[in-house]
Design a binder for this molecule. Structure first.
Ligand code: GAR
Length: 199
């Protein structure tokens, strides 16, 4: 049986699409068992349905507390017994309890060259700082936001006339290359939380 992956996504799901493509091509030898979103309108859910993947939405507002919402999320994800939980544009902060539950097997992609520019609006912040270089980072998740062992990074040059949208598009192109590759190497046992660097 193939190892299973659960993807958590809040938005457009273009990273999810790049992962689906590499699974379908047989480059990632795993099954995407489910895509789970906190946003019922996420395009990521439509992409999952189109690919014949279970799609589930668990809305924060449908639960009395953040803890109750996260517990529901944790229980749902656990049902699929994932070898890997992939955060692909998942815009909720996960607690220590959730992260400990899937210890050493949660990956995230972040649109900056971590440790630079944790948090939101990374592209505009890079432009405002006048940086000449920007990029994306795949890393394992720890309880500290946008932190944890770096798996892979890709760099893009920032041109003087760039706006945040153009820059985001160029970074996203790189994300679509490095995220499936990091997942492939994890599934093949080439990298792990304790040996994170992709080759
Ligand atoms: C991506 O750029 C991803 O790096 C970013 O959200 C976008 C999702 O795009 N993630 C974060 O900012 C997480 N801190 P997608 O929905 O098209 O994959």
């Amino acid at each position: 049986m193939l190892p299973s992956i659960v993807v958590l996504a809040s938005g457009s799901g273009s990273n999810l699409q790049s992962i689906i493509q590499q699974v379908n091509r047989g480059h990632i030898k795993a099954e995407i068992a489910a895509v789970v979103s906190d946003n019922p309108d996420a395009m990521a859910l439509v992409r999952a349905q189109a690919a014949g993947i279970d799609s589930v939405s668990i809305r924060r507002s449908g639960h009395a507390s953040r803890e109750a919402w996260e517990l529901a999320l944790m229980e749902k994800v656990s049902k699929y017994q994932p070898a890997l939980v992939v955060l692909a544009g998942f815009m909720q902060i996960l607690s220590e309890r959730f992260i400990a539950h899937f210890e050493k097997r949660i990956m995230n992609i972040h649109p900056s060259l971590l440790p630079a520019y944790r948090g939101l609006n990374t592209h505009q912040r890079v432009i405002d700082a006048g940086d000449s270089e920007h990029g994306a980072t795949v890393h394992f998740v720890t309880p500290k936001l946008d932190d944890g062992p770096v798996i892979m990074q890709s760099r893009v040059r920032v041109s003087s006339g760039d706006n945040a949208l153009e820059l985001a598009g160029r970074v996203l192109e790189q994300e679509h290359i490095i995220y499936p590759e990091a997942i492939r190497q994890f599934i093949e046992g080439k990298i792990s939380f304790d040996n994170p660097r992709c080759h």
